[in-house]
Write a protein that binds this ligand. Structure first.
Ligand SMILES: *Cc1c(COP(=O)(O)O)cnc(C)c1O
Length: 523
């Protein structure tokens, strides 16, 4: 069956299910929404311009001759389209968002307010530096805070996401290795098997070979396992701490020492910094480079594709290779060093067109200043406490892959407790949607079978955690009772039912093609 817009309506086609039992397909005040191309009409427009008089285009032969092909809508139709789309979004402002490793914490309104101050929101990257001294001062101050919190020497602010920060940090490591004339030999990067996929991808992207470090039975990396792989070809390790199993790597200092003794570098994936801010400084642990996801640890909004911000802190050994641009004091106030030739040291180059995400800098600094050092420490402690509260509330029903022991800021479960129930991790996650929760991270890290990684963050209250635990317990007991129909078909109450995710990933349809009748109408 095709709907009014020519899209298939049966679930089997992996598209719309219109099984709402209503004439419109709407569910009470939850409205169905077509694509703008489907609801718009080529022959209509929301604005009317008079034909210009005595006008001759000066585009030579380049003027468009055919229709532009944009969907026309009236102003109210346009308004409703985008407002309805916005209502389909589940965000941290809607409910608990327990996506492990992503640190979906509350984005304080104060930070938003500060980011909208005209002096920050309206700056243009090509403005004369004399007119943006306040913005540069903020970047300088944020840098000082990041360096202080991490115990490192310097910071490159410009990377625009965690993965981009990884690239920046690894390029600094590569530059340091090249500067020592070891570029031909040090070609291998060690990456634990629990690592985020961006780590091996980053190393491979800049030409390193990746060797996998096996995890120990308790989910952590042993120094001996690292030593077994270290050789003259080792450039660096990329290690996450706390790791992606939510566990602190106890041998991190020994691992750092082993690498340094071998002339290699220690890249730390700092995405999980939220668990240790104010408690431990990566610089003291022997880290040479670490990205910080401002959009995780320091509460700047994320999800839906950005914008993120991934500054990289660097140790003394790597600081000289930090990329341009950077802020530094000049004769008449702060200046931006834009070109490698103007730097005293040896920047490896530049990795963004301009200076990074100003709005994220403002939000992150507002978060830091409003919390203070004691507040940031308490946020870390509460994040860890909340994760353990959830772990303790579920551990009699759900299995933990590395034993029943305290975690850091996220609690990891595997799927062995679902054995013989006919319910998979994916089914369980889909059933959570019916309960009004965005599911936790599933099937990551790969070291836990059918992983479910739950990160509540510090911003959840006890009552919201209690309701979440009660909902999870209700689902878990239903799964154990064999109520598999509640899971196999879930979600029942979402605007869309279960999608063919594999097909969507393998054969993405990224461009809308008009169904035949519309194409004819347009011609
Ligand atoms: C989020 C995350 C990254 C990547 O950060 P982005 O900002 O999404 O690019 C890398 N490693 C870990 C462990 C993460 O959780």
């Amino acid at each position: 069956m095709l709907n009014r817009q020519g899209r298939p309506t049966s679930a089997g086609d992996g598209a719309i299910t219109a099984d709402t039992g209503t004439f419109t397909g709407n569910r009470a005040l939850l409205q169905e929404e077509a694509l703008i191309f489907e609801s718009g009409r080529y022959e209509t427009t929301g604005v009317d311009f008079d034909e210009p008089e005595n006008f001759s285009p000066r585009l030579g032969g380049l003027a468009r001759e055919g229709d532009i092909g944009l969907p026309g809508l009236s102003e109210p139709e346009t308004m409703r389209h985008f407002v309805r789309l916005s209502q389909k979004n589940y965000g941290i402002d809607t409910g608990l968002f327990p996506l492990g490793s992503c640190t979906m914490k509350h984005n304080a309104r104060l930070n938003e307010r500060m980011a909208r101050l005209p002096g920050f929101a309206d700056v243009h990257p090509l403005q004369p530096v004399s007119s943006v001294q306040g913005a540069l001062e903020l970047m300088d101050e944020l840098s000082r805070y990041l360096v202080t919190l991490t115990g490192m020497t310097s910071v490159a602010l410009s990377p625009k996401a965690g993965a981009h920060g990884e690239l920046c940090g690894m390029m600094a490591i590569k530059a340091a290795i090249d500067a020592k004339g070891e570029g031909e030999t040090r070609r291998t990067v060690l990456v634990p098997e629990s690592a985020h996929g961006t780590n091996p991808a980053t190393a491979a992207l800049i030409g390193f070979k990746v060797r996998t470090v096996p995890a120990d039975t308790d989910g952590t990396v042993r120094v001996q396992a690292v030593k077994d792989l270290i050789g003259p070809d080792t450039a660096a390790i990329m290690l996450t701490n706390p790791n992606t199993c939510g566990l602190f790597e106890p041998e991190i200092v020994e691992i750092a020492r082993a690498l340094h003794d071998a002339g290699a570098y220690f890249y730390c994936d700092g995405a999980n910094f939220n668990a240790i801010v104010g408690k431990a400084r990566p610089g003291d642990l022997g880290v040479d480079a670490m990205h910080i996801n401002l959009h995780k640890t320091f509460s700047t909004p994320h999800g839906g594709g950005g914008p993120g911000s991934g500054p990289v802190v660097l140790s003394q050994r790597l600081a000289p290779f930090a990329p341009v641009p950077f802020v530094t004091p000049g004769a008449e106030g702060l200046i931006l060093v834009e070109h490698e030739k103007d730097a005293d040291e040896k920047p490896f180059g530049r990795i963004t067109a301009f200076h990074g995400q100003m709005g994220m800098y403002v939000r992150a600094l507002a978060y830091m200043l409003s919390h203070g050092s004691d507040g940031m420490k308490q946020a870390s402690e509460d994040a860890v406490l909340n994760a353990n509260y959830i772990r303790a509330g579920l551990r009699d029903l759900m299995s933990q892959p590395f034993g029943d022991k305290p975690c850091m800021h996220e609690a990891l479960f595997d799927d062995s407790w679902l054995k013989d129930t006919g319910v998979s991790t994916l089914d369980f996650a889909k059933a959570m949607i019916d309960e009004g929760y965005h599911p936790m991270t599933v099937y990551f890290p790969l070291v836990a079978h059918g992983a479910m990684l739950v990160e509540p963050t510090e911003s959840e209250s006890k009552s919201s955690l209690d309701l979440f635990i009660a909902s999870m317990r209700d689902l878990a007991q239903a799964a154990k009772r064999g109520e598999s129909e509640r899971f196999a078909q879930a979600p029942f109450h979402a605007p869309r039912r279960r999608l063919d995710e594999t097909r969507a990933a393998r054969q993405p349809i990224l461009k809308w093609t008009p169904p035949e009748p519309m194409r004819e109408a347009a011609e």
